[in-house]
Design a binder for this molecule. Structure first.
Ligand code: FAD
Length: 467
């Protein structure tokens, strides 16, 4: 390892290597407290060539490498396990917007560009890069692509995979693969960029990306909607999409216990509905034309929905600050969860018409195992993604595995996925071993062996141990 660090100095310069006692807590400590580790070193290359130099050396010396963007991932995928010393390769210096072509609606960026910076750069050209979620001020495009991130606009624009046209990737042995196409159509064999999207740093390092932009919405209509049950939620979503020509950008679900705790998490905000309804939905419509009277459209549709008892009440944001407040409520999940202590967290995807059934059956099945258990969740309801968590009273810790199994069984039974948008990392490796189709796992292991024969790329993450 020491010989490797010495050789590394010639590639990136001593200033960009943190080793020995050099402070590097922000790299070693992930977002979740259980994933605090210790790296052998952190290297911060400044170009694709330097990344290639680092990986070629690491491959020669068989040194494990953990690629890192903003370190906001929620599955321990950047955890530096002190038991197997690894070097973190941070993309934080490679944060430039390289080119924007407004007419072609594409943007070329370095992988370390922060999501908010990318969004602001698109905004200057009256365009949008629609990927958006709570960590947007810290997470980086390379990390967004490596985890195939989702967020709240997926129902309209798709996830990170759908927003990427091309990539530059450095392979484990230091070769640079140019997949940097701007093309919307390119049927020249296997689409290899998709292999690296969602690969969580286990196959190579993404150093550049070509992103697909969309016209910037200029008119928003945002509302909080109260519902007594969510059986009618899907028809409400379809109704709003039909009425607005597909303008629904977000359709987010918050249950009663979540909203009831919001005043404690956000003391400055008053409750939206009193009493707190069984379900609150945050809906947002967006149009690229100004003065499209989107507010009246939403008002009219919601008034009819109330009349038809599809919805029990609704409040529409009248200005930008009310809109921001509504989003603040939805994005306070960590603050709300913290009010009651540890939770058992999941990130699951379900067919759109199975979410209501899942919520009912999950409560029943988990209470059967641990009667005191209390579900607390939020959902990107418009794309079937539920962040279903359980509060963890002391007696639940012994039931933890059984509870996870029960939720996973139910998800499988309903045709869902045990990871919707956060990925696998360390957290879901054992689930991967249990639940992923064995042939799919065999093919994944084959790809890993082909692209990373020495197993240096983020070892111990995503894939279970090879059989
Ligand atoms: C408050 C909060 C809210 C969140 N909300 C959402 C949400 O709504 N939707 C969602 O999808 N996620 C969400 N996340 C999770 C997280 O922000 C995303 O997974 C994000 O895409 C990770 O980006 P990052 O740059 O922080 O990646 P990191 O955490 O640094 O890395 C994540 C993975 O990607 C790999 N990686 C990073 N950069 C590269 C690269 N250049 N090349 C190859 N591999 C790389 C790493 O090795 C690791 O496996 C949230 C996180 C927080 C803290």
């Amino acid at each position: 390892m020491d010989a490797f660090i010495t050789a590394l100095t010639a590639v990136v310069g001593p200033r960009y290597i943190l080793s020995g006692d050099a402070p590097r807590d922000s790299y070693d400590h992930g977002w979740l407290p259980q994933y605090h580790g210790r790296s052998h070193a952190v290297v911060r290359p400044g170009s694709t060539d330097e990344v290639a130099g680092v990986l070629a050396l690491a491959n020669d010396h068989t040194v494990p490498i953990i690629p890192m963007g903003g370190n906001t991932g929620l599955t321990g995928a950047t955890f530096p396990d002190p038991q197997t010393p690894a070097v973190i390769l941070s993309l934080d210096r490679m944060d430039k917007i390289l080119e924007i072509k407004p007419e072609a609606q594409v943007m070329r960026v370095q992988a370390g560009a922060i999501l908010d910076t990318v969004r602001a750069a698109a905004d200057e050209h009256n365009l949008t890069f629609p990927l958006v979620f709570g960590a947007r001020g810290s997470c980086r495009i390379g990390g967004n692509l490596a985890t195939n991130a989702g967020g709240s606009n997926v129902l309209r624009y798709g996830n990170a995979r759908d927003l990427c046209l091309g990539l530059t990737v450095v392979l484990a042995d230091g070769r640079v693969m140019d997949l940097n196409s701007e093309l919307r159509k390119d049927n020249t064999g296997y689409d290899l960029k998709h292999l690296f999207i969602g690969s969580e740093g286990t196959l190579g390092v993404i150093t550049e990306a070509i992103l697909r932009l969309a016209p910037k919405p200029r008119d928003f209509a945002t509302a909080m909607i109260a519902m007594d049950d969510i059986d009618a939620a899907l028809s409400l979503l379809n109704r709003l999409n039909r009425a607005s020509g597909g303008a629904v950008e977000a359709f987010e679900l918050m249950p009663q216990n979540y909203c009831a705790l919001l005043p404690r998490a956000l003391p400055a905000l008053r409750p939206v509905f009193t009493p707190v309804p069984a379900f609150t939905i945050l809906v947002e419509l967006a149009m690229t034309r100004e003065n499209d009277d989107l507010l009246s459209l939403l008002e009219e549709e919601l008034a009819q929905a109330i009349e038809q008892e599809q919805v029990s009440d609704a409040v529409i944001a009248q200005n930008e600050s009310q809109r921001a407040e509504m989003w603040q409520r939805r994005e306070s999940t960590f603050e709300v969860a913290d009010l009651r202590g540890a939770t058992l967290d999941t990130d699951i995807a379900l067919p759109l018409d199975k979410v209501a059934e899942f919520l009912q059956r999950a409560e029943h099945d988990t209470r059967h195992i641990s009667p005191q258990v209390e579900p607390i969740y939020v959902a990107h309801l418009g794309d079937g993604n539920v962040h279903y968590s359980l509060w963890n009273p002391p007696e639940m810790s012994k039931d933890r595995e059984a509870l996870v199994e029960a939720i996973e069984d139910l998800v499988a039974d309903l045709g869902g996925s045990f990871s919707a948008e956060h990925g696998i990392g360390l957290m879901k490796r054992s689930t991967m071993a249990r639940r992923k189709d064995p042939i799919a796992l065999e093919v994944m292991h084959g790809l890993k062996r082909q692209l990373d024969p020495k197993g240096i790329m983020n070892p111990g993450k995503l894939l279970p141990d090879a059989p």
